[in-house]
Design a binder for this molecule. Structure first.
Ligand code: XMP
Length: 233
């Protein structure tokens, strides 16, 4: 892959907006508006749902409309029927929704994918995670999880920026599937590793950008780092 210039690199960074307390919700919604036109888009999930309600999720999607990818991260992991109900009530207005690959195809992900198709949203499957505990159960099952992903044919998969070698394995197995890589910054992943070493399409950055007093500059800083890192490849 050619190294991205800064202007292109910033369009490869998705900002995770996760409020830690109720008072953060409005600030992060304002941030959605700010970062959406600049970066690749936003990701919101359980913290925003728990502290701001379904209205805050819908508002985040609305504020980012036309400004980039809007990813709903509920990491769904239930039977198809329940995931369908959750997707129908919460994923409207989003471009993509994340679920766990370990749920499997029959009676699970096939139904969720159909539901999301009907809502005009794309499915993203978690095949590995960015925290160390991913090594306990998920990573020994990576081949099986990738087999599920091959069968479900999601638009995207999630693989950890903290371990670019895992991202590279995912890229090898799924050459055309979009890879989103969280774990940059606060969790120790270096900006650019997942894209430049692993072949990811997007890096997801939360606290490093959302916790900054100047999130747009922080986002541009991440992009500069990515652009500078790739030529070393
Ligand atoms: P920070 O603040 O650590 O936020 O940059 C990271 C964001 O990414 C999410 N996250 C993950 N999502 N699989 C996922 O699907 C993962 O392995 C993973 N690791 C982090 C996290 O929910 C937060 O929004």
């Amino acid at each position: 892959m050619d190294p991205p210039a800064v202007g292109e690199a910033v369009k490869r960074v998705i900002v995770a907006l996760d409020p830690a307390r109720r008072g953060d919700v409005d600030r992060l919604l304002d941030m959605a508006r700010l970062v959406c036109g600049v970066g690749a888009g936003i990701k919101v999930g359980l913290p925003m749902l728990a502290l701001g309600g379904s209205e805050a999720l819908a508002e985040a999607a609305r504020l980012c409309k036309g400004g980039g990818l809007r990813v709903l991260d509920l990491k769904l992991a239930d039977i198809g029927y329940i995931m369908r109900l959750a997707a129908e009530s919460l994923s409207r207005g989003f471009d993509a929704a994340i679920a766990h690959a370990f749920v499997g195809y029959e009676g699970g992900l096939v139904e969720l994918k159909k539901t999301l198709d009907g809502l005009g949203a794309r499915l993203v499957l978690v095949v590995s995670m960015s925290h160390p505990g991913s090594r306990e159960v998920l990573d020994p099952c990576l081949d099986k999880l990738l087999a599920v992903a091959r069968r479900v044919e999601p638009w995207g998969v999630v693989a950890p920026a903290t371990r670019p070698e895992v991202v590279a394995r995912v890229r090898e197995t799924l050459p055309t599937t979009v890879i989103l890589s969280p774990g940059v910054g606060a969790q120790g992943g270096k900006p650019g590793d997942a894209i430049c070493l692993g072949g990811a399409d997007y890096e997801i950055v939360g606290r490093m950008v959302a916790g900054s007093p100047d999130p747009v500059s922080a986002l541009r800083g991440v992009a500069e780092y990515i652009a500078a890192r790739c030529p070393e490849k």
